[in-house]
Design a binder for this molecule. Sequence first.
Ligand code: BG6
Length: 478
Amino acid sequence: MSVLREDFLWGGAVAANQCEGAWNADGKGPSVPDMCTNGSAKEAKWVTTEIRPDRLYPSHEAIDFYHRYEEDISLFAEMGFRCFRLSINWTRIFPTGMETEPNEKGLEYYDRVFDCCRKYGIEPLVTISHYELPYALVERYNGWESRELIDCYVRYARTLFDRYHGKVKYWLTFNEINSSVVPLGAVVNTGTIRGFEGPVSALPDKKQERFQALHHMFLASALAVKYAHDHYPGLLIGDMNLFSVSYPLSPDPDDVLKNQQNMNMNNWFCSDIQVRGAYPFYAKRFFEENGITIRKEAGDEEILKEGTVDFYTFSYYMSTCITAKNDAAAAGGNIISGVPNPYLKSSDWGWQIDPKGLRFSLNEIYSRYGLPMMVVENGLGAYDQKGEDGVVHDSYRIDYLRQHIEQMKEAVRDGVDLMGYTPWGCIDLVSATTGEMAKRYGFIYVNKFDDGTGDLTREKKESFWWYQKVIRSNGEEL
Ligand code: BG6
């Protein structure tokens, strides 16, 4: 008997804008990431208001999954995937986000992708919106700041449910919705960047806009969930959070309290609304102290109540520490972060590696909500080098994943209900925060480099064979 359930959803995860490429093929419109240049660990990527011929836009070709999905999914099948988390590029279906009729060519493309998954017995897990807002909605409405976007999103989500309900059972409404609480969230999630051109590190911190935008995203998510439940009762719809678990840097009660506030607004705020159906009590004081006033309409509260999710999902890469001392140096991290933890080592991008934090997080989340959970992103972004035999021997990645799976199993022994695990970037793809190719996560190496060169061929890394063994043994052979 294995620790994990027999139908455990082993797989991997990608996002359309980071892998598909074909950014303007078959009627697709530009999305926010299509306006983002490449950057690096040291130099922030830019958002531009127009495509600049002298800049490189990594999403435009990415790894060309658009044309190579059959080969890629067959490799996933060879590893034994039972699940593949992917997202739909909103602008393939509604190029500006404002059309009333969808683009049939875009719909047909995802039909082919889902059919290919099904051919191999792979269950698709679909993120409706993964950092891929139509750029036209930024120009016209300043993104989610406008209530108009609710209708645009609901039209898009309904189109997807109506078309694919027979092929896709598991859905997530927004990727890492809580990244919207920090300034970078304006680019990746809320799209509240009208007229902004410059490095993403220079984004102004417009909390009022982002929290208003979030209110609209909560409503849109709830309406989509309700529509799916009313029309297709077999579907399961989840939320998706960037779980950036934090510990108090010291037992100083000031650090402990500060960490509690941090956990509330950064990690729990969005899921409290999406799981429990109402704004949590602690938001009131945060809004008051930050000069935020959310414009709501009659009926909004009912909508939130009626559209709660069926399961909870999250990304987990790292943990961080929080202190009340203002002069503490910041740690690197995945969008939301704090200060360094003296007990942990970091990745080459400064993300603090903490497998036990995953066990801790799973327990915390499960005791709060009691819903089935899924880890839909986890992994090590690293510089990969080929060995003399031409193969990437990524023992560092295997170690990272092994330690996290061990802790996942510990959490299951603790009693949490875990449905599955889809490590991030199961095939190398463009980094979301830096736009690099050099930050690789995959079990499959892609010959594509930061300067845009490379023949895009796919090669198995050592971790490919390791993960195949893990899945075959349902997590017993690590
Ligand atoms: C998550 C995102 O924040 O982390 C992904 O959902 C992203 O889109 C992943 O790629 C890893 O981050 P990065 O910056 O290393 O690509």
